[in-house]
Design a protein. Structure first.
Length: 167
């Protein structure tokens, strides 16, 4: 049988010329550069499609196969992941990003306010104090009070004014 060019093989197999070139790399017979025996190519392509059907897969444009089983497994995993996330959210193990951002923003603003409130609050207490040890002790006490306030804010879910829990 006479050989034909890639255009005629592509037309006979209802493929693009580029796809024919990909199939040649996968084993489609070629007589010479750019020359194909259409009968051999047709038989090879039929076997290729039969193998794809046996795998319950459909060839993709990039030369790979998408199997029905693999697709089902992928969907089942995605569904299971979604259900696990919903369950974690219901149990309180998962929080929404906007909620975390809002809480952190509030905590940062509260921290800033508490730190900036130290100098005006301490200034009257430190006026006339001559002992370096007493000044340091008063500053440390004020810092510890602010840190305790912030710790309560974190432990109480962002509300520092809730009464302390007894352990």
């Amino acid at each position: 049988m006479p050989t034909v060019d890639v255009k005629k093989v592509a037309g006979a197999l209802n493929l693009t010329e580029q796809r024919v070139q990909q199939l040649v790399k996968e084993g489609m017979p070629r007589e010479a550069r750019g020359q194909y025996d259409p009968v051999k190519c047709m038989l090879w392509y039929i076997r290729y499609l039969q193998q794809a059907l046996e795998k319950k897969a459909v060839p993709t444009l990039d030369g790979g196969f998408v199997g029905e089983r693999e697709e089902r497994v992928r969907l089942l995993r995605a569904d299971a992941d979604l259900r696990e996330m919903e369950l974690a959210k219901e149990r309180g193990l998962l929080v929404a990003l906007p909620d975390v951002e809002a809480t952190l923003t509030d905590l940062v603003l509260t921290t800033k306010a508490r730190i900036m409130a130290l100098p005006p609050r301490l200034a009257p207490e430190l006026v006339g104090e001559t002992s370096r040890v007493m000044i340091q002790a008063k500053i440390e006490k004020a810092c510890k009070e602010s840190l305790a306030y912030l710790a309560r804010a974190v432990n109480d879910g962002g509300n520092p004014n809730t009464p302390k829990r007894s352990s």
